[in-house]
Design a protein around this ligand. Structure first.
Ligand SMILES: Cc1ncc(COP(=O)(O)O)c(C=O)c1O
Length: 368
């Protein structure tokens, strides 16, 4: 039992932190893993062999290049960022979100984002002491441009977060509405393009036109979730300030070398993304034919769907019993009531999901 002295110590934890729930990651042991928007494909054997030969010479006794200069050159060379653009790297784009909010957020500042969107926007806002303002999407998860602009005028947020495409809905918000929002914002507009490989839509070639926009990207969804690498580009003046908050040497040497090597083989990842998009079309078509669920059109590598004549919790549990792990987003009384999200996997994984789902959504639970 902790004594009074101990419990007083825990009282030191800031209330903003105490009120948070830790980011939950489900145990996926033995599961068909369709919960986290990962790319399901491994690398070809010969590519693994060449990679291994390259990283074995890494100088592990030295700190890594603090600016990851070779990797930045590679990213620009393969067209993942404009020629000559400035880049800042993060240990995943999650870390960059944190760095952005530490730079422009904090007490008395606000972050504004549509809801539902990526949960870390609110979580990082809260633990950096930044007030979070959520503006509901429309019922079909499109951006409510008027409400967003009204929110920007009322709250004058230091940061506006826009996931393009959005997670968890999977759609691209209207481009003209985003441009209008940028022009109406005094704060920094962060366009988070985590799923750009699957959407073929981007603001990255236009950021020079604006003085208040940065674009965030990650290599996680294209197939490198395990090495944790995100990057940000935008006006040099912004990146110079934001880079002061990034901890030195945040991108380890193995990540730098592995990402550089992987991007020399970018065609492998582009082909995998094309395969995932073809599978997405197929899975969407089959889901559309199922009674009792409504699925939402996706420009990403996952599909959001709502149970309308069935219970999402029972469907989620039923899938788990068939060793299929997806994401349960159900939250009573919110836009995500009865909603689930499935990541596109390999064909046989998607088949396992679709077969189990079609049985579950047509099962009459009242008979059990
Ligand atoms: C919209 C969006 N942004 C950022 C991230 C974080 O990606 P990572 O930290 O792996 O780069 C995610 C992950 O799901 C996401 O959905």
């Amino acid at each position: 039992m902790p004594d009074d002295k101990d419990s007083n110590k825990f009282a030191l934890v800031r209330s903003a932190v105490r009120s948070l729930r830790a980011y939950h990651v489900a145990d996926a042991t033995g599961m068909i893993k369709l919960d986290a928007m990962e790319n399901p494909y491994q690398w070809p054997d010969d590519m693994i062999q060449t990679w291994w030969e390259q990283i074995r010479t890494a100088e592990m006794n030295r700190y890594p290049d603090p600016q990851a200069g070779a990797l930045a050159n590679r990213i620009r060379a393969v067209g993942l960022a404009p020629a000559g653009s400035a880049l800042v790297f993060g240990n995943g784009s999650d870390e960059l979100l944190q760095v952005i909010m530490l730079t422009v957020g904090g007490h008395g500042r606000k972050v504004l984002a549509p809801v539902p969107s990526f949960v870390m926007y609110e979580m990082i806002a809260r633990f950096t002491g930044t007030e979070f303002v959520g503006i509901p999407l429309r019922g079909d998860f499109t951006l409510d441009a008027e409400a967003m602009i009204a929110g920007v005028r009322e709250h004058d947020p230091a940061v506006v977060m826009l996931a393009y495409p959005n997670n968890p809905s999977g759609n691209l918000f209207d481009r003209d509405a985003i441009v209008e929002l940028i022009s109406q914002s005094n704060g920094l507009v962060v366009i988070d393009e985590a799923y750009h490989m699957f959407s073929h839509a981007s603001f990255i070639d236009e950021i020079d036109q604006y003085d208040n926009v940065v674009v965030l990207r990650t290599l996680s969804k294209m197939g490198l979730a395990g090495i944790r690498l995100g990057y940000m580009t935008g006006r040099k003046e912004w990146l110079t300030q934001i880079d002061k908050v990034r901890l030195p040497f945040n991108i380890n040497i193995l990540t730098q070398l592995t990402a550089d090597f992987a991007l020399q083989n970018i065609r492998v990842f582009q082909e995998q993304a094309e395969r995932i998009c073809r599978e997405r079309t197929r899975v969407e078509r089959i889901m559309d034919s199922l009674d009792n669920i409504v699925s939402y059109p996706s420009d990403a590598n996952f599909i959001l769907f709502r149970c309308e004549g069935c219970d999402s919790e029972e469907v989620f549990q039923g899938l788990l019993q068939q060793q299929v792990l997806i994401k349960n987003l159900h939250s009573p009384g919110t836009a995500l009531q009865n909603c689930l999200r499935v990541t596109i996997g390999k064909t046989h994984e998607n088949e396992a999901f679709l077969n189990a789902l079609s049985l579950l959504v047509t099962t009459d639970y009242s008979l059990q």
